[in-house]
Design a protein around this ligand. Structure first.
Ligand SMILES: *Cc1c(COP(=O)(O)O)cnc(C)c1O
Length: 400
């Protein structure tokens, strides 16, 4: 029988029935070391006792009430996010795309409620990924996601990655905001240098634009700080988050300063499920762990160790790996062989990795990964490199 599932995903022929920490167990009993984390989602790994307890306790009390009533767990999570970030207010969503969508609407509304309704355009960066709704595929600007879905939603202007002059030139009388990922995730783990983030902040301030960061992938400890932009010392006006904040439960949020959010008044936006008690309980539990005093230092240390070991691996296999990129536990291997081949080779060694744009393979292990698990992952990566070499993998370009 043909699958009744819409065939939009290229699924590997494995399914998992349980997970513990950084390990997944397949239905046939095979164990896999997961350095994909469900695409940066399983921030605390699988079956984390504190998360399981929070979810099951809430499940026994109340699942859903709607936003017609106050949701104390949500008020608490919003308060904690506000205390820990630049933001003054939070809107909860169920996904990353919805969080970015809220950010886009908020930026436009800010300009219109400031007496500048003509300013609705948002500048974005080539290689960006912001989600799969009609507006967020327009923001991401990738032809493969836009093709065939009718007229592209108007109001997005793309500039090449790292081209400050093009960005400056793209600012016009209709520009409302600039939207960037501090580290491009799907685009191939491409960090935006600190001086560029600072340059964006200055441009926004000089032109009355809002600066929006999409930290859906980089946020909640992934980069070694609570949010990736913190390392640069500059702050956005609006920020979209998701993935890691739910630890596997669908949860996103749009955070903003009170000023940037001033147009989002009663009735201007909403979501049936957004901020639902189950999601809020899990979000609070994730924050309990990530904001423990030593946790982020641990992520930083683990990231440094991983980077060091990956650099050694690159030196050992120059025909396979071209470059190591990333911050914290968001690392990318720029490959000299097709990245899909390498993902398959690591999977054959029971290590899960994830392909990204620019022929990169991403490593996004749970933030609780141990030094021993990093060493084990590097052994498996090493074996996968050797497997490809033994098969006579043809580098995309000759190694020097
Ligand atoms: C994953 C991702 C999104 C979209 O999130 P969904 O939950 O799939 O809608 C948006 N922006 C970035 C940077 C992402 O990595």
């Amino acid at each position: 029988m043909q699958s009744p599932l819409l065939p939009t995903y290229a699924r590997a022929d494995i399914s998992f029935e349980r997970g513990d920490g950084v390990w997944l167990t397949a239905t046939n009993g095979d164990r896999y070391l997961d350095f994909g984390g469900g695409v940066a989602v399983a921030s605390l790994g699988y079956s984390h006792p504190h998360l399981v307890a929070a979810l099951t306790e809430q499940a026994g009390k109340l699942w859903h009430t709607s936003n017609l009533y106050r949701i104390p767990e949500g008020e608490r999570l919003a308060e904690r996010l506000v205390v820990a970030t630049f933001a003054d207010v939070v809107f909860f969503t169920n996904s990353g795309a919805e969080a970015v969508e809220a950010a886009i609407k908020m930026a436009r509304k800010y300009q219109s409620s400031s007496g500048r309704p003509e300013r609705f355009r948002i500048i974005t960066v080539e290689g960006a990924f912001h989600g799969r709704t009609l507006a967020t595929i327009a923001a991401g600007g990738q032809a493969k996601y836009l093709e065939g879905f009718g007229p592209k939603v108007d109001g997005f202007d793309q500039v090449p990655f790292g081209d400050h002059e093009a960005l400056r030139a793209a600012i016009g009388p209709e520009t409302a905001a600039i939207l960037v990922e501090p580290i491009q995730g799907e685009g191939g783990v491409r960090p935006v240098p600190t001086q560029c983030l600072r340059g964006l902040r200055e441009l926004c301030d000089a032109h009355g634009l809002l600066l929006i960061f999409d930290e859906v992938q980089t946020g909640v400890g992934r980069s070694g700080t609570f949010f990736a932009h913190e390392a640069s010392g500059i702050t956005p006006d609006i920020m979209a988050i998701a993935k890691g904040i739910g630890g596997g439960f669908p949860l996103g949020a749009c955070l903003a300063t009170r000023e940037a959010a001033k147009g989002m008044t009663l009735g201007t936006h909403g979501s049936t499920y957004g901020g639902n008690p189950l999601a809020m309980s899990v979000g609070n539990a994730v924050i309990d762990v990530v904001l423990e005093p030593a946790f982020l230092d641990g992520v930083k240390q683990a990231g440094l160790l991983l980077r060091q070991r990956l650099a050694e691996l690159k030196d050992k296999h120059p025909g396979i790996i071209e470059e190591i990129r990333g911050e914290g536990l968001l690392m990318g291997l720029k490959m000299r062989v097709p990245n899909g081949d390498f993902v398959k080779a690591t999977r054959a060694r029971h290590l899960l990795t994830i392909a990204a744009g620019d022929n990169v393979v991403r490593l996004l292990p749970p933030l609780i990964v141990s030094d021993a698990e990093i060493a084990e992952a590097v052994r498996r990566l090493d074996a996968a490199c050797s497997d490809l070499e033994a098969q006579g993998a043809e580098p995309k370009e000759a190694a020097q």
